[in-house]
Design a protein around this ligand. Structure first.
Ligand code: PHE
Length: 447
């Protein structure tokens, strides 16, 4: 994007930011975590954290971007030279997420291809067997992840990502309507209501440090926090726009998409797999195992499934574009090289890492790090360790180094800031202390 203030209207900003936020985090990650971490209690914890911690961090990042007019890499240093390291830190996280995001993106494309070529019955006949077969193949998943990354790179190279994101702002509602329709279908299937009860009624005896950490990581991932993406988006936002209102809308889109996806997948686990603990704890494969079974039982299931996977693929692609853009912008700026060269470099690095992550399912499937398979470990490292650390540092920076008044002024800027008092207390005290306590508690537990 050239020049600042590139969003022609506040609505444009909200839709583009929502298109980046809504992706695999909502449709793939949220449902499997909700199923695994006790259903209702996970949903409850997630919602509380999203509207408190998520809200405060999102406002802070967008305000830092708008105040400096700089992308994440430079913005922190522009406000205080000693804190330039936060810009570097926030660059590292998308570089770790992008490779495994593209591995999942590749799986989606493979599923989509099966549905488009009318082979849905093969997938549904043995849903978990099919998932294991395609993910444990040596070459194919790497090729699909490579295609996913290449498409992302092409979109960035041709500078059409704003166009693509606009298209997605139409497709997103379609995807949400599809998910909602399928959710209603699964809920009324025998067993579906048990799934609703599991997903919706919190069982507070299941609340644990692990649940809170998983929900917190999901808030960071899903809202694209602590990755530099929102700082960069903020730098393009017009001074006239009301940041607080925009953030509320982005949250409504993002939380809404995740919650509805949960209403589809969790009841599906109960309807098709009886809600057994092994099924609920299927992890990253859950959505891929449940969805084909749902499509197999509805009229025109192959067509609906094909449309569904295409929409899901596009939602993933827009999020991948924003992840890819962070290192490209930083490298191109820092080393004063052409954007094309930076795109090529990031593409090669991300593909190499995607190969390693894929091997974790095939030739290195016995290799684990702290008992985690490679993809699970990278996901955990980012969402449960690096993002919380970056979030704590961002709160310290905004609350104590910059002083919240500076950002509050930026947020107010002509409009009112309704949650100002709440923001002040949260950013200075509650948010950094709570995130630090959760992180230290869990690290001490696992040592
Ligand atoms: N929020 C995106 C999703 O839910 C993922 C993402 C994370 C995108 C961080 C950009 C930055 O899929």
């Amino acid at each position: 994007m050239s020049g600042r203030t590139n969003f022609s209207s506040g609505l444009g900003f909200i839709l583009v930011a929502a298109a980046s936020a809504v992706g695999l985090g909502n449709l793939w990650r949220f449902p499997y975590l909700a199923a695994e971490y006790g259903g209702g209690i996970f949903l409850f914890t997630y919602l509380v954290l999203a509207v408190t911690l998520g809200f405060v961090l999102m406002i802070t990042e967008i305000a830092i971007g708008r105040k400096t007019g700089k992308s994440a890499f430079w913005a922190f240093g522009r406000l205080n030279k000693k804190w330039h390291f936060l810009g570097i830190f926030s660059l590292v996280i998308p570089c770790i997420i992008l490779p495994y995001y593209s591995v999942i993106g590749g799986w989606i494309m493979q599923y989509g291809a099966m549905f488009v070529t009318n082979q849905a019955d093969i997938v549904a006949a043995d849903a978990s067997g099919f998932f294991n077969t395609i993910t444990s193949a040596v070459a194919e998943p790497i090729i699909w992840a490579g295609i996913f990354l290449a498409l992302t790179a092409v979109i960035l190279l041709f500078g059409v990502h704003k166009g693509i994101q606009r298209v997605c702002t139409f497709l997103l509602p379609l995807l949400i309507v599809l998910i909602a329709g399928l959710a209603v279908y699964c809920i009324i299937l025998p067993g579906g209501l048990d799934g609703v009860a599991y997903y919706f009624i919190p069982d507070f005896s299941k609340l644990s440090g692990e649940v809170i950490l998983a929900a917190m990581g999901q808030v960071f991932f899903s809202l694209s926090l602590a990755t530099g993406v929102l700082v960069t988006y903020g730098s393009y936002l017009s001074k006239k726009e009301n940041i607080e209102k925009s953030v509320r809308w982005i949250e409504i889109f993002d939380i809404g998409a995740a919650v509805i996806a949960g209403f589809l997948i969790v009841p599906a686990v109960f309807a098709f797999s009886g809600g057994a603990p092994e099924s609920l704890g299927a992890g990253p494969g859950l959505v891929f195992i449940q969805l084909p079974q749902v499509f197999a039982t509805i009229p025109f299931g192959t067509v609906v499934g094909a449309v569904f996977f295409i929409c899901m693929f596009l939602a993933a692609l827009t999020s991948a574009v924003s992840l890819f853009e962070v290192p490209v912008a930083a490298i191109a700026d820092k080393f004063r090289i052409k954007r094309q060269v930076a795109v090529g470099f990031v593409f090669l690095c991300a593909t190499a890492l995607a190969v390693i992550i894929n091997f974790g399912y095939s030739i290195w499937s016995d290799f684990t790090i702290f008992n985690y398979q490679i993809l699970d470990f990278t996901d955990l490292l980012c969402n449960s360790i690096l993002m919380p650390i970056l979030a704590i540092l961002t709160c310290i920076f905004a609350g104590w180094i910059l002083k919240p008044e500076q950002l509050e002024e930026e947020i107010e800027n002509g409009s009112s800031f309704k949650a100002k008092k709440f923001y002040h207390v949260m950013i200075k005290f509650i948010a950094p202390v709570c995130v630090a306590v959760i992180l230290i508690y869990l690290i001490s537990q696992s040592i």
